[in-house]
Design a protein around this ligand. Structure first.
Ligand SMILES: Nc1ncnc2c1ncn2[C@@H]1O[C@H](COP(=O)(O)OP(=O)(O)O)[C@@H](O)[C@H]1O
Ligand SMILES: O=C(CO)[C@H](O)[C@H](O)COP(=O)(O)O
Length: 491
């Protein structure tokens, strides 16, 4: 019997809690949202097989498409109103020569995935949403659509811009990290702006998921308050702060809506090429770790989702908002809840440098998860860490390597678990609600030995989320957007 699931984000009391600073945020003092509003909708997940062109019950059952653009590849999930998956698929990114190559690789994956959806389903797609990696930034010419600069990837650091950003933002604000979107924008502005190209009124900033959604709807300058967090948007005030709006580049910033808000209909050329309905609406997206949180469908203070993908991103439902760039800690808003957390550069990317997925499965069989590994590593794919230590120069530590690969893997998995545990205990020290239960999303969720190691190291229950793919969370956003689209579509 598939348990009924509750899609709810319990509203929480909001206190503006910045232990590292008391930001003079306008309108935030005494900021409170009703505790009574709950976003719930009950649905039952009945897993259909992966490609079920004929299994959508009544012909034309409305379907909702979520597409996840993670670090190593893109995936889609097509669900119905009950949350049943009617089709899903994935595409690896085409090899990338240079930074600009990432944009064409993502664009290729987007339209390949649309082409992978069974044609019989496409007319029933009511809405589409996309999640992408956080702080991945593109500068686009809004007159020609041409890519002017970037993509600057989520984990790329721009320390040259940090002094300028720290001079305008409150102390320890989320943007005061070398990998923040604002540092990427200011670094570009300081180079391109000086020779005049940056001051052109046509240049606009887009996040990865904004840009991919733009390929589908064609409207410039729309983002969501999760993606916009690291450029400086204040999700509590629902506005860009005055210290940011005072900057010469502020006109490049997108307008901001809630995740899963209707933007516009699919542009005619895309709609006709892929057989989509005129009714199909494109909705704002979110970041990949928020989409993974949504997919886990957990709620309530103390509940957390760790995304064990190429990176390790933690999201903890907290009654208090906590932001502190000294440690790479920030709070995302999700309706009436705060998701406190951060993203470490540790995670699967290091594993993939050392082992194939098949080797991971084989070697994990020889690990005794009850035994603590004596090996103490800090696994990073290259220098630079964001959370729970914010240090762009931090070096990886993966030595000494034992003879046994199984012991080596055990040491790495346990060391990543220790970083995860340090992350959650840091959030608690900074004033967030204590973690009580962790759900796991991403590729690492399939490793049961790792789950047992993590449960031992974290000291709280750890389980695989029922839906571990961020694409499912993006599909839930599309479902939410479809219900809000009446009269809301931009002309
Ligand atoms: N059995 C396994 N045990 C641990 N990690 C795994 C296993 N299989 C895959 N992974 C890791 O999962 C990661 C891919 O997860 P995924 O969620 O697709 O990442 P992303 O979305 O960040 O690209 C890879 O880096 C890989 O090392
Ligand atoms: O690590 C990442 C890539 O997978 C991103 O940084 C991840 O999206 C975390 O950022 P956020 O917490 O803003 O979602």
């Amino acid at each position: 019997m598939v348990p009924a699931l509750t899609l709810s984000v319990e509203p929480l009391a909001h206190r503006h809690h910045h232990p590292a600073r008391r930001a003079p945020c306008s309108g935030s003092s005494g900021f409170r949202r009703s505790l009574n509003r709950a976003v719930t909708s009950r649905a039952r997940v009945t897993m259909l097989s992966r490609q079920d062109p004929g299994a959508d019950g009544a012909a034309g059952t409305p379907l909702f498409l979520g597409i996840d653009f993670g670090t190593s590849g893109a995936r889609y999930a097509l669900i119905d109103r009950q949350g049943a998956i009617h089709s899903e698929g994935k595409r690896a990114y085409a090899p990338v020569g240079d930074a600009a190559g990432w944009a064409s690789s993502w664009r290729a994956a987007l339209f390949q995935l649309l082409g992978d959806i069974p044609p019989a389903h496409r007319p029933s797609i009511s809405s589409i949403s996309i999640d992408g990696t956080s702080a991945t930034t593109l500068i686009v010419d809004s007159e020609t659509g041409e890519l002017l600069a970037g993509p600057f990837l989520y984990n790329e650091s721009f320390p040259d811009a940090l002094p300028a950003v720290e001079s305008i933002a409150p102390a320890n604000h989320t943007v005061c990290s070398a990998s923040s979107t604002l540092c990427k924008l200011v670094s570009w502005w300081n180079t391109a702006g000086s020779d005049g190209t940056g001051s052109g009124s046509a240049a606009v900033l887009m996040h990865q998921s904004d840009w991919l959604l733009w390929l589908l709807h064609g409207q410039y300058g729309v983002s969501d308050y999760n993606n916009a967090l690291k450029v400086g948007y204040d999700p509590e005030a629902d506005a860009y702060p005055s210290w940011l709006m005072a900057q010469p580049y502020s006109r490049m910033l997108p307008s901001v809506m809630a995740p899963g808000a209707p933007i516009a209909a699919v542009r005619d050329d895309v709609r006709s090429q892929y057989g989509l309905s005129k009714e199909c609406v494109v909705c704002t997206g979110t970041t990949d770790s928020i989409a993974a949180f949504l997919a886990a469908r957990t709620a309530g203070p103390g509940r957390a989702v760790t995304s064990l993908g190429s990176t390790l991103a933690v999201k903890l439902v907290s009654e208090a908002r906590v932001d502190d760039a000294r440690f790479g800690v920030y709070s995302h808003r999700l309706d009436d809840a705060w998701l406190v957390g951060g993203a470490s550069n540790t995670g699967g990317a290091v594993l993939r440098q050392l082992f194939t997925d098949d080797q991971l499965v084989a070697l994990s069989r020889d690990i005794d998860p009850a035994a603590a590994s004596p090996l103490d590593y800090y696994p990073l794919p290259r220098k630079g860490e964001r959370f729970p230590v914010s240090d762009p120069d931090m070096a990886p530590r993966l030595q000494p390597r034992p003879e046994s690969d199984a012991e080596y893997l055990h040491g790495i998995l346990e060391s990543i678990a220790r970083i995860e545990a340090k992350g959650y205990s840091l959030l608690r020290e900074l004033g967030a609600t204590a973690v009580e239960e962790v759900f796991t999303a991403g590729g690492g969720a399939q490793n049961e030995k790792w789950t047992t190691i993590r449960e031992r190291v974290l000291g709280v229950p750890v389980r695989k989320a029922e839906q571990t793919e961020a694409a499912y969370g993006a599909a839930l956003l599309a479902l939410k957007g479809a219900d809000r689209r009446v009269g809301a579509i931009a002309s």
